[in-house]
Write a protein that binds this ligand. Structure first.
Ligand code: FES
Length: 136
């Protein structure tokens, strides 16, 4: 099992190691805990407030564990133009999957788009979204 110390050691030699460390901590543990922020701050000789500020600034970082799978549904303009607003109620009228808004996944021409883990899903419609939610 990976530890915070392992992740810090992997990136400590880099210039600007904080963001890669936070990304890897979240990937390993699903969120960046208060304890992790404290340990990272200590290891990088930063204040806890500096680490907390970065975690709070970027919406992708979680400060608490989320037990449900997460679907990130693009709500930016191109996906809006391609009909994402009609999909939002389908996504939000269930409780098994946590649905979050994101603003552009770089798949504008094939939206509406969503992200599950590292996988981008394009050309969503009501049927595909329902199937996706059931499969998660
Ligand atoms: S606007 Fe949705 S992927 Fe770009």
């Amino acid at each position: 099992m990976t530890s915070i110390a392992d992740i810090v050691a992997e990136h400590a030699h880099r210039e600007g190691p904080l963001l890669p460390i936070l990304h890897d901590v979240q990937k390993a543990f699903g969120y960046v805990s208060e304890d992790a922020m404290r340990d990272i701050a200590q290891a990088l000789n930063l204040t806890r407030a500096e680490v907390y500020g970065v975690v709070s600034f970027y919406h992708d970082f979680r400060k608490e564990a989320e037990a449900r799978p997460i679907l990130k549904l693009c709500r930016a303009e191109a996906c809006k133009a391609r009909g994402v607003d009609a999909l939002v109620p389908i996504a939000e009228n269930q409780s098994r999957v946590k649905v979050e808004a994101v603003y552009c996944l770089g798949m504008c021409s094939v939206g509406p788009a969503a992200l599950v883990g590292d996988q981008v899903i394009a050309r969503l419609d009501a049927t595909r979204l329902s199937s996706l939610l059931e499969a998660m």
